[in-house]
Design a binder for this molecule. Structure first.
Ligand code: PEP
Length: 256
């Protein structure tokens, strides 16, 4: 993958068929700059509907669909799970992996996250790998150690060269859904750390990996965040449910 800007919408367990309809209609005339993709990640029951409506509405190829989670297993007795193959069949192209809500409520470990990233890459889908520190970890200056401990198992499991097909979303846990955004300077500094960490393993790959910021991004703060040299877009929760606000965020993204 070449480095590009991405605005990804994480609807979480929100939205309904009406939102699918409204979002597709509204994205028909969204103005995107060059090298910008938009990825909508509705809850799994709406994936198929979103893909069909997007096709029927002739949405731009820059607008793609992602899932919010996937199993690391190929198939079998895993009640309630969905597989990468099922997502492929639905023409889903991205999968959010390791969101902090999955790490905390469903006890996903960095090792399991690494297995999921591998399964997603093997299926030819693009993982949006989420990493981020808690407030206590930020306050006690452990941010870099935590991010390294979340990235390293994935690098070890899939190999740094495969990161050319990975998108990373840095989401400080204390900023998710709280209205507290990291300042653009703090976000840039952390994104630079992530890129340098990857560069220690492969500089060329590190240059190309899209690094998204997530955590209370909205129509008012997106421009400043996206202007930072190492921020290539955002993973948007709450504001992605508000169609007009989301369009403003999509239009603010620019390729570097
Ligand atoms: C998220 O869920 O990934 C997120 C960043 O949420 P919010 O934008 O609501 O903080």
């Amino acid at each position: 993958m070449t480095r590009r800007a991405i605005v990804a919408a994480n609807w979480k367990m929100n939205g309904d068929l009406t939102l699918v309809d409204t979002m597709v209609s509204s994205l028909k005339d969204v103005e995107l700059k060059e090298k910008v993709s938009v990825v909508i990640c509705p809850s799994s029951p709406y994936l198929s509907e979103f893909v069909s409506k997007a096709k029927a509405g002739s949405l731009s190829a820059a607008i793609q669909v992602g899932a919010q989670n996937v199993s690391e297993h190929v198939s079998g007795a895993f009640t309630g799970e969905i597989s990468t193959q099922m997502l492929q069949e639905l023409s889903v192209e991205f999968v959010i992996i390791g969101h902090s809500e999955r790490r905390s409520y469903y006890h996903e470990t960095s090792t399991q996250v690494a297995h999921k990233v591998k399964a997603v890459l093997e299926a030819g889908l693009t993982p949006i790998l989420c990493i981020g520190e808690s407030e206590a970890e930020r306050v006690t200056e452990q941010t870099e150690t935590v991010l390294a401990s979340q990235l390293q198992p994935v690098i070890d499991n899939v190999g740094i060269d495969k990161f050319i097909d990975v998108v990373i979303a840095y989401e400080p846990v204390w900023a998710i859904g709280t209205g507290k955004t990291a300042s653009s300077e703090m976000a840039q500094e952390t994104h630079r750390f992530i890129r340098q960490f990857l560069a220690q393993a492969n500089e060329n790959v590190a240059d190309k990996v899209p690094l998204l910021y997530g955590g209370s991004v909205n129509a008012s703060n997106c421009e400043e965040l996206f202007a930072q040299p190492d921020i290539d877009g955002g993973l948007i929760g709450g504001a992605s449910l508000q169609v007009e606000q989301f369009k403003v965020i999509c239009s603010a993204a620019k390729g570097k």
